[in-house]
Design a binder for this molecule. Structure first.
Ligand SMILES: [Zn+2]
Length: 315
């Protein structure tokens, strides 16, 4: 190598280092750290946030979201978060406030700009009208918190996330608009598929374990006639089971939808006596094998429910 060519190469390398240094700084705007209480909110945040965010879910998809242990590792996650997204409606009342307090992170306290209650812009069912206390055992005192199980509510949650990300990262406004529009388009295509699969079963009566499914069932015109739990969060006494079996027989309900975190023992016994069957569906992303995103959640549930309805109704 001549001295001249060595010099040229050295300058060229220096130039590349300088350019990538500048580019590196631009690209190194740290992604926004999002912590979502559930896998569903995390999945929607990933749809909208893309590579401008990192997203961690606290509760696992197979876990009862009312009953999550406030682990020390969660405090660390919340303390580092730029944005905390919660289901709200007191779903996380037993475990989230303690994490927020112990995180000592002012950004994610209720009312701060890094806290998003995803329930504020969606359709909420079963809002209680009478006097209700938690002592009565009802874990849904502010209406049904399982509202993400209607895909249109998923769309509305994604809109709230988009607005929040645009507020926190105004320079990326167009990026979040584009991510949302892409998700909205894919969701609309999928909704046509789900509507078609469940259309033959409108008005079919069924039973669910917990009141996790009112938004889902209303969306597709299915009629829930009873629950394994007499009230949300309260286990069934024998008298309730006898009444439920009789009601299922009288109304011809053949399916009991059960969340993966309940023991199948009681529902199996009820289904056996009512000549029906138990169907385990995924109430959340990660709630069944292969369910890794929000649209995949409904693909799984709609397919499995339609199969079971086909077998039990003969339609
Ligand atoms: Zn519940």
């Amino acid at each position: 190598m001549t001295r001249a060519s060595f010099l040229v190469r050295t300058i060229a390398v220096a130039a590349v280092v300088a350019i990538s240094g500048v580019g590196g700084r631009a690209a190194a705007v740290a992604p926004l750290k999002i912590v979502a209480t559930t896998t569903d909110l995390a999945a929607l945040a990933r749809e909208v946030g893309g590579d401008k965010v990192t997203v961690t879910a606290l509760a696992a998809g197979r876990q009862d979201p009312h009953q999550v242990e406030a682990k020390p590792s969660f405090i660390g996650l919340v303390s580092q978060a730029d944005l905390l997204i919660a289901v709200g409606r007191e779903l996380e009342i037993g475990w989230l406030p303690v994490l927020q307090t112990n995180s000592r992170n002012p950004k994610v306290q209720v009312g701060a700009s890094g806290y998003l209650d995803a329930s504020l812009n969606v359709k909420i069912l079963e809002i209680p009208t009478g006097q209700l206390t938690r002592a009565m055992g009802d874990v849904h005192p502010q209406g049904n918190p399982h509202y993400w199980l209607d895909p249109n509510n998923g769309r509305l949650i994604a809109q709230s996330i988009r607005a929040k990300l645009q507020e926190l990262m105004p320079a990326d406004r167009a990026y979040f608009d584009q991510r949302y529009a892409d998700f909205d388009k894919r969701l609309a295509v999928a909704e046509k598929r789900w509507d078609a699969a469940l259309a033959p079963y409108k008005g079919t009566k069924l039973v669910t374990y917990h009141r996790s499914w009112p938004n889902f069932m209303e969306r597709w015109g299915l009629d829930v006639i009873g629950y394994v739990e007499p009230r949300p969060g309260i286990p069934a006494p024998p008298s309730h089971i006898i009444e439920l079996v009789a009601e299922m027989k009288r109304q011809g309900a053949k399916i009991i939808v059960v969340e993966p975190y309940w023991s199948p023992k009681t529902p199996e016994s009820i289904a056996g006596r009512a000549e029906g069957r138990v169907l385990v569906l995924a109430p959340s992303v990660g709630g069944a094998e292969g369910v890794t995103d929000y649209i995949g959640l409904f693909d799984y549930d709609v397919t499995h429910l339609a199969d079971a309805l086909k077998q039990t109704t003969g339609r």
